[in-house]
Design a protein. Structure first.
Length: 134
């Protein structure tokens, strides 16, 4: 149960309904997720967050499936149950297979392990890697 009351569509202000309508139109769905209903308690937060998500997750250099998979990976590292589930569902709807999910989680697990080793042992960055190899 969320710590803040959700704002349902039928009791939302016109401002909130307008954002909900954009969410449903953009996502081609007839429902608004609980995440957005909770953020609606602060309409400015709802609007800003939705606009940022819409911008970042729209088509660009990375395809939509890759973006969703990155979102799943970061959500797993941050232990965000809501985001893991919502973005796994989104990635599946964009073509992610079970094998892809398992491979993604294997990469996340390996990165966590090697990151912990490199950080814990305070290993100096090789010159060839500095500035991302530039």
């Amino acid at each position: 149960m969320s710590t803040v009351q959700m704002i349902e569509y039928d009791v939302a202000s016109d401002e909130i309904r307008s954002i909900y309508d954009d969410i449903m139109a953009t996502r081609q769905t007839e429902t608004v997720n609980n995440f957005w209903k909770v953020l609606a308690s602060r309409p400015d937060l709802l609007k800003d967050t939705w606009n940022d998500v819409k911008s970042v997750m729209s088509a660009g250099e990375l395809d939509p499936l890759t973006k969703e998979m990155v979102y799943v990976a970061v959500s797993a590292v941050n232990a965000c149950d809501y985001c893991i589930n919502s973005h796994t569902a989104a990635a599946r709807s964009k073509g992610m297979s079970e094998g892809m999910l398992m491979e993604l989680m294997a990469v996340v697990g390996m990165a966590n392990r090697t990151n912990a080793l490199a950080n814990g042992l305070q290993i100096d960055v090789d010159n060839a890697f500095r500035n991302g190899g530039r």
